[in-house]
Design a protein around this ligand. Structure first.
Ligand code: IVH
Length: 702
């Protein structure tokens, strides 16, 4: 359909249209917009391989819509704006919707919403409008028709006028009632519309199961839901766990065929009725707002809480609540004028891979980092993205000069989804992973069971610097006010050669530095003096011994009176500690058999750094017979009513064992605020009891 060259040209043209600095005549711009939109629709719908994000597509579409609205003469019959997008397939029987299923107009910011409100007020002649706001679920839309209380037909949206009949599939979905007491309300025929989605936790479980069965993984919840609606086998719809959340009573007629909607005054009343009648509607993110300011504030809050919704949402839908006012607003052939979608910031964008840099970690791990042309993603400009390791690069066949699709989802750091290989023009070059350390030139090594290449030279300058940065960080010695910038500055001044130098700084010289002064120097001194008294569990962790995490450091700290005792320890001494494996043990032994390291620790002790076990190094004793006897527990996220240590002590006191990772062995996960991947993983396992802080406290107190 398109040659490679044409594809490249259309892609470049899209980017320049998106940049929005076109000075050409509207006619030419509109023609180009039509060309690129048609191309992207083909990539998306036919090839199933989009090269731009949905957000970028929406922007192009909107540009064309606006241009055509400004210059109606530019509208052509074949313009993509003149059709409602379609998912019709010849495999299903087509049915005509009783009332067209329109689309929604989009808005992207507060300004767009103010404009929408202004237009609504103009159309209705009202000063104040009450809006009903609800999440925009990202799935497939369905229309359910009931006659004499029985579900008689279910259809997808299709092209808006006609949809695909999928009644057997709808009947297989437990969230869709087969019989509804509409006639009690005087309604003989009604159509209820909503969105079919797969909840995030269900989707993760589904994919895990598929993985175990060796099946191809489903790409995302949205496509799996729309695909599941249109399968020929209703049991497949049921197995995918698709659920329908209803968002509109599209029409209702009494037994004389008269419109029965006037018995409700508003959208929210009709939704309450729908819920009462046994349909599922959303609860989180549904609100009646007294004006557009309240709408804006609520949309922004929900955008921030986007990841807390149990299903994927890509925005909010703002609807004029009163039915009478909706009628006054009317509709265009594309969308109602009484509603608008507020689209959340894009999570995907395309950008060019300019270069790859190699970062050296504190234990010598080499991490390739892609440098990209800066792109805005969900409100943050992204210009570098980790490529993790060599296998990631080869697995995705990434090349320098490639156009790549970048995604930033929720709390997940940005990552490259794929390269857009179709757009290559031959100038791209392969990424050559280095064989030698970019800092010290030592030959890199890769352990058999590890994905990373490492520089084995512990004296490698880049590693030493990273170890110092880690040493002062919150996770390690927690030296307040000593960030990585400070470390780099002092290192460049030649003041720091090893972590011991951190405890031997010349504060008078620091006070002389630009931007610092007496006060900062004093503050830093206080923090460093305080850190000298840290328990040895922290100190052990701060040494950057490969694989020695916080928990293993605590386990070892609980067994030694003085850190330097570890010089004389054997493999058995270490592996006798439950949960200390041979790999960590070997690394600890290696560290303590290196004279250079011992000299550094001795110097630190001489400078006043504590090397003796203190009571903080003793793990809380598990008390048997308590309410959580024999259970394993893990805390994640920020706790608001107690510190992590207090929570762990309470758990141990109730008989539970604190463990550090989510696995099949975990019984209870207590989630604080901003819980991230651990919560997701636990939900995915389906065997972990998930408790809030309050629920946990209630349990341990019984
Ligand atoms: S109201 C005439 N409410 O978004 C009003 N739509 O881009 C039309 N959608 O096809 C729909 N959540 O499938 C409405 N709470 C919600 C929605 C919602 C998701 C979908 C719907 C529609 C698409 C429009």
């Amino acid at each position: 359909m398109y040659t490679k060259r044409e594809e490249k040209e259309l892609y470049d043209l899209s980017k320049s249209l998106l940049a929005g600095k076109d000075k050409r005549a509207p006619k030419e711009v509109a023609a180009d917009l039509r060309r690129v939109i048609t191309y992207h629709e083909w990539k998306y719908y036919v090839q199933n391989d989009p090269v731009i994000s949905d957000y970028e597509y929406d922007l192009l579409f909107k540009q064309l819509q606006e241009l055509e609205a400004e210059h109606p003469k530019l509208k052509t019959a074949d313009s993509p704006t003149q059709r409602v997008s379609s998912d019709l397939s010849p495999e299903f029987e087509t049915v005509r919707h009783k009332v067209p299923m329109l689309s929604l107009d989009n808005s992207y910011n507060a300004n767009d919403l103010y404009k929408f409100d202004e237009q609504v007020r103009k159309l209705t002649g009202e000063k104040h409008i009450i809006y009903s706001v609800e999440p925009k679920l990202d799935g497939g839309s369905i229309a359910l028709l009931y006659e004499d209380d029985v579900l008689v037909r279910a259809a997808t949206r299709g092209n808006g006028r006609e949809g695909e009949e999928m009644t057997p599939n709808a009947r297989a979905m437990r969230s869709i009632p087969l019989r509804v007491a509409f006639t009690d309300k005087g309604i003989q025929q009604a159509e209820v519309r909503g969105e079919a989605v797969i909840r995030k936790d269900v989707f993760h479980k589904l994919n895990k199961q598929r993985q175990e069965e060796g099946l191809i993984l489903l790409a995302n919840a949205r496509n799996s839901a729309t695909g599941g609606l249109r399968t020929k086998d209703p049991s497949e719809t049921a197995e995918r766990g698709i659920e329908a959340y209803m968002y509109q009573l599209a029409f209702a007629r009494d037994k004389y065929g008269k419109d029965a909607i006037p018995i409700f005054r508003s959208h929210h009343e009709s939704m309450d009725l729908i819920a009462d009648l046994g349909f599922r509607i959303v609860t989180k993110g549904r609100k009646l707002c007294k004006d557009i300011e309240a709408v804006i504030a609520f949309c922004e809050t929900c955008e921030q809480e986007r990841d807390d919704f149990p299903y994927e949402i890509d925005g909010m839908v703002v609807k004029v609540d009163s039915f009478a006012l909706q009628e006054k607003c009317g509709s265009t052939s594309h969308h109602p004028r009484w509603a608008v979608a507020y689209k959340f910031k894009a999570r995907q964008a395309t950008s060019k891979l300019l270069n790859v840099e190699y970062q050296i970690g504190k234990t010598g791990t080499i991490t390739p980092v892609a440098k990209l042309t800066p792109v805005a993603l969900a409100g943050v400009t992204v210009s570098s993205v980790s490529l993790h390791n060599e296998d990631f690069i080869t697995g995705k066949d990434l090349r320098i000069g490639d156009q790549v699709l970048v995604e930033r989802a929720g709390d997940v750091i940005p990552y490259i989804v794929k390269s857009l290989a179709d757009l290559r023009d031959g100038s791209e070059t392969p990424i050559k992973f280095p064989k030698k350390c970019p800092s010290c030139g030592t030959k890199l090594i890769r352990a058999e069971d590890e994905a990373a290449w490492r520089c084995p030279n512990a004296s490698c300058e880049a590693q030493v610097l990273q170890r110092m940065i880690f040493h002062v960080s919150k996770d390690a010695m927690d030296i307040d006010g000593f960030g990585h910038k400070q470390i780099i500055r002092f290192y460049e001044l030649g003041w720091l050669h090893s972590i011991a130098d951190i405890y031997n700084l010349d504060y008078d010289a620091i006070a002389e530095l630009e931007g610092l002064g007496e006060k900062s120097a004093h503050k830093l001194r206080t923090s460093i003096e305080k850190a000298k008294q840290n328990p040895i569990s922290r100190l052990l962790h701060s040494l950057s011994i490969h694989h020695l995490g916080k928990r293993a450091s605590s386990l070892i700290a609980a067994r030694v009176k003085h850190v330097l005792e570890l010089k004389d320890w054997t493999m058995e001494n270490l592996t006798d500690i439950p949960d200390i494996g041979p790999v960590v043990a070997k690394n600890v032994l290696e560290f303590f058999s290196e004279p250079k390291n011992i000299r550094i620790l001795e110097r630190m002790e001489g400078l006043g750094v504590n090397m003796h076990q203190t009571k903080d190094d003793k793990p809380p004793q598990i008390k048997h017979g308590g309410p959580l006897d024999g259970k394993t527990i893990l805390f994640t996220g920020t706790l608001s009513q107690m510190t992590r240590e207090e929570a762990e002590a309470l758990a141990a006191n109730a008989g539970a064992k604190n463990i550090s990772a989510v696995s099949g062995n975990l019984n209870i996960l207590v989630v604080g605020e901003k819980a991230g991947s651990k919560l997701k993983k636990a939900q995915g396992l389906g065997t972990v009891e998930i408790l809030s802080e309050e629920e946990f406290l209630k349990k341990v107190k019984t």
